[in-house]
Design a protein. Sequence first.
Length: 133
Amino acid sequence: MNSAPDKTVIAASIHQTDKTSQGIINDNTIGKTITAQFELLGSLFQVTNCRTFLCCTFNAQSLVNKLCELHHILYHDTFDLVFITETWLHADIPSGLLDPEAMYYVLRKDRAFSHSAVRGGDVCVFVNCKMSV
């Protein structure tokens, strides 16, 4: 059984303020919403050459225990940016384990103390290699 999250569910959690579909938001609605938001920003702040990014965010509470789900998100949904909180990563866990196909830049902020009895914290961002960092 595949436990990877559905793309629609991820997108709906990102855009919780869109009530037009009563909680069910398809990709087309999200694209229109994001485009409208960028157009509004462009008119207000003179932003030029805007690009829409496909993003995902989730609270992992131990990313190492969810590598199958992470790999599904990275390689099947092809997001531009993936933001993860509560990764519980430490220096002994290489970034290559998280992205074995090297399709993303992995930016991490691990806890300073790696083998403490206290768990929690840490963040990680995956940036698609097609983008400039």
